[in-house]
Ligand binder design. Sequence first.
Ligand code: FMN
Length: 187
Amino acid sequence: MMMRLIFVKLFLLCVLFFPSEIFSQNTPQVLVVYYSRTGTTHMVAEKLAKKFNADTERLIDRRKRTGPVGFSRAGKDALAGNLTEIEPLVLDPQNYDIILIGTPSWFGNVTPAVRTFVTQYDDVSSKKIGLFGTTNKTGVENALVQLAELISDKQTIEYPTLPLQSRDLNEKVLNKKIDLFYKKLVP
Ligand SMILES: Cc1cc2nc3c(=O)[nH]c(=O)nc-3n(C[C@H](O)[C@H](O)[C@H](O)COP(=O)(O)O)c2cc1C
């Protein structure tokens, strides 16, 4: 009886002094890191952020990617696997449990900004990772395989992926695909 009373008192003290430790749901902190040249991947990133209750970090490529010259250089850099210069991140990926990394597919390749991010922040590989990508029609699966290899240093780690073509971007299809992606990442 005495022991039980001591336990009850101890529990009440803990509730009083450490309420967040006792009652917190341990919800994972999620970061969405992505590059977007024309806004499509940005739109998907925003939807993911809403679903995962996540913060977002849009990568800014310091090299010009607009206009005919920018487009042609973009393609050339992606095909060659070139790195680029990105603006320093605002958020620290270290502070997150799950990182969702998104890229448009450029001729079936990861964009230079995202390649640079995963090269510079190679400790993201210790996090739970999900990959998403967009394309008009072709190449996004390949770009995501490439991205997975870059993160895992060529090991065959299977990350949950969300490859999207333009036809998947209507509200209904996209929501369904995002729900499936979410279930793979948040138990
Ligand atoms: C350099 C470059 C290469 C591309 N290559 C392809 C391609 O091979 N197949 C395709 O269907 N779309 C291709 N696209 C289109 C983009 O993958 C697609 O529009 C993507 O959703 C754009 O994302 P963003 O708006 O976030 O930049 C390419 C776009 C660029 C700029």
